[in-house]
Design a binder for this molecule. Structure first.
Ligand SMILES: Cc1cc2nc3c(=O)[nH]c(=O)nc-3n(C[C@H](O)[C@H](O)[C@H](O)COP(=O)(O)OP(=O)(O)OC[C@H]3O[C@@H](n4cnc5c(N)ncnc54)[C@H](O)[C@@H]3O)c2cc1C
Length: 272
């Protein structure tokens, strides 16, 4: 069966939003709640949606936003513009609130460094989402494979999936403290296996292979460190012969690369 996934376009907006709350969901993931009147018409209806988040320059602390014109975002003449991609984890338009879950991985990334010391009253810019790809119609089972950066998207899948669709999760994380990321309701929907990233690529691939064959009404969503996803995608696409519409594999970051362009093919030697 070929899945069809509707796309919805949203009016483009760049919003300047104030931090109203900061919470450590687990030791290395910070939930930042943003607020502002511009959130009244914020729309995001796809589980894999992302926004472009603008952070202050770590050197000066100054937040510089790009200019917006008919073509979209344009870098202005002044200031240092720094942006990274994040998943809109929860949206509460009536309360004018948006949650982002930001992984802390050290101080060499401006987003991670900002999140470590984020506090109410700080400001960020948020652009998009430009559009949403909805949950595939006809889905009867979901397999999600993610590291910490993909967990917010998995959280959205769990909320947007029709009731009764079983979900198998294969998560590759730094340590077991991340295992309490999902609240009880979400966790109860998941048949989850947590693999420690230090066990490496082999353990992850073995866990995926141990799921056995994957039926035509099962959708597979993968998000996380790009190099770890490459062999998993190859296994699904070539050994199991799953069509491209049945597998969504997105590199959310790549070891050693600053601000990975996720629109570039995950596996340049074998693009979809
Ligand atoms: C569509 C999409 C949605 C995303 N959603 C989320 C989300 O909801 N939450 C989230 O936390 N991230 C998410 N990401 C990933 C996030 O955009 C990247 O991790 C980003 O590079 C972080 O920016 P930074 O400034 O901290 O590090 P950068 O300046 O981009 O990178 C600095 C160094 O840190 C490394 N690095 C980057 N991220 C990580 C990491 N997670 N762990 C270890 N090393 C890392 C890089 O390889 C580089 O060497 C998403 C990415 C995409 C494409």
């Amino acid at each position: 069966m070929a899945f069809s996934r509707d796309r919805i376009r949203h009016p483009f907006a760049l919003r300047r939003l104030r931090v109203s709350a900061v919470d450590r969901v687990v030791p290395n993931i910070v939930r930042v709640t943003l607020t502002g009147p511009e959130l009244a018409d914020f729309a995001s209806s796809g589980p894999g949606d992302h926004v472009k988040v603008f952070f202050p320059d770590p050197a000066s602390g100054i937040l510089t936003l790009p200019d917006v014109d008919a073509q979209g975002l344009r870098r202005g003449e002044q200031g240092v513009v720094i942006s990274r991609d994040y998943t809109p984890r929860a949206i509460r338009p009536a309360e004018l609130e948006l949650d982002l879950d930001i992984v802390i991985h050290g101080v060499d990334g401006p987003a991670s460094a900002w999140a470590q010391v984020a506090k109410p009253g700080d400001w960020l810019g948020v652009a998009g989402p430009r559009g949403s790809r909805l949950v595939p119609s006809g889905i009867e089972q979901l397999v999600v494979i993610a590291d910490e950066t993909g967990l917010p998207a998995v959280g959205r899948w769990l909320e947007l999936l029709p009731a009764g669709v079983p979900v198998t999760g294969l998560f590759f994380v730094l340590d077991e403290s991340v295992e309490s990321y999902f609240d009880q309701e979400a966790a109860s929907r998941l048949d989850a296996e947590w693999v420690t990233r230090d066990d490496g690529r082999t353990a992850l691939e073995e866990s995926l292979r141990s799921l056995g064959s994957i039926g035509g009404t099962t959708f597979v969503f993968m998000a996380g460190e790009a190099d770890l996803l490459v062999p998993l995608r190859r296994y699904l696409r070539h050994e199991l012969s799953l069509p491209a519409e049945q597998v969504s594999a997105s590199g959310y970051w790549r070891r050693g690369i600053v601000n990975l362009d996720h629109h570039a093919p995950l596996d340049p030697g074998d693009p979809d």
